[in-house]
Design a protein around this ligand. Structure first.
Ligand code: CP
Length: 311
């Protein structure tokens, strides 16, 4: 599935620039409500959203629940431990089961790439991919774009460095698709073993200068508008050398070489002192990591409304 069917949100690959701008504009309209400045509207009152999280999550799981509550919807929340998945029930059977209970949408996070697509093929209610293995994390890509747009305006021609464990990152995949669709340029930076396969082929197939792979961070820093630092995913067996922090860690000294208006992002959770130092992560002038989290609720409100017809 490539083009967006507007029934489910499974990936950002295939969305047009207009689709992405529509979603960002819709999310922007919820930001004041998320910040408590305006009352949210209960546009999804009476609806039920099923959160099926078969991989650990704090931000995505919590913010989908907060987003649904803010719109007046109820949430049921299932994970592997404590559900019949622990007895061997499949993710698709679990989804069919909650659909039979009458839920109105299913949010799914699972370790296998393609899991959300399988669920979407099996059920009739809207399905939202909350992260499937190394494939995509579309609402993360949208909240990242919203955060960049708020700080930098139109991203056309802006340069975004994505740094670290890229090969394992669904966040990087969703961002590469979305950023190139809206006209930004991407620099993928990390050790050779962590910028491999899919990303090398994307860079090779892209228009000159659009997506480039580099294995050195320092020369790129003064040129970029955004540094998106990625977590080293030890749970996916990422193998890093002892000098990883020395070569790729975003330290205060490195951050000092960024343009004055450049921003620092991280999807979380962070390995502080490895891919990013606390001085940078907590820097109130450059770091927008908390804003990303706030925007995550707004994006998920927008996506739920769009797919459930409550907008
Ligand atoms: N960014 C992100 O997906 O974080 P969680 O794993 O905590 O949901």
């Amino acid at each position: 599935m490539t083009a967006w069917d507007r029934r489910n949100l499974l990936q950002l690959e295939g969305l047009s620039r207009e689709d992405i701008v529509e979603l960002l504009d819709a999310a922007e309209r919820h930001v004041d409500a998320v910040r408590g400045k305006t009352p949210p509207r209960a546009t999804l009152a009476g609806r039920i959203v099923a959160n099926l999280f078969f991989e650990d999550s704090t931000r995505t799981r919590g913010s989908f629940a907060v987003a649904a509550h803010r719109l007046g919807a109820a949430v049921i929340d299932l994970s592997s431990a404590g559900s019949s998945v622990s007895k061997g029930e499949t993710i698709v059977d679990t989804a069919l089961t909650v659909e039979a209970m009458g839920v109105n949408a299913i949010v799914v996070r699972a370790r296998p790439a393609g899991a959300a697509h399988l669920v979407a093929e099996a059920v009739a209610v809207p399905v939202i991919n909350a992260g499937d293995g190394r494939h995509e994390h579309p609402t993360q890509g949208l909240l990242d774009l919203l955060t960049m747009r708020q700080h930098l305006g139109d991203m056309t021609g802006r340069i975004v460095a994505i740094v670290g464990d890229i090969a394992n990152s669904r966040v990087a995949r969703s961002n590469v698709h979305a950023l190139t669709t809206i006209g930004a340029h991407v620099r993928l930076i990390g050790p050779p073993a962590l910028v491999s396969g899919f990303f090398e082929s994307v860079a090779a197939a892209s228009a000159p200068g659009t997506v480039q792979v580099s294995h050195e961070l320092d020369p790129v820093l003064p040129l970029v508008d955004v540094v998106m630092v990625l977590r080293v995913q030890f749970e996916r067996d990422s193998d890093i050398s002892a000098d990883y922090h020395e070569l790729f860690g975003l330290t205060a000294a490195r951050a000092a070489r960024l343009k004055p208006e450049a921003i620092v992002m991280h999807p979380g959770p962070m390995n502080r002192g490895l891919e990013i130092d606390s001085e940078v992560a907590d820097d109130p002038t450059r770091s927008v990591i908390r804003t990303q989290v706030t925007n995550g609720v707004a994006v998920r409100m927008a996506v739920l409304e769009l797919l459930l017809g409550g907008g």
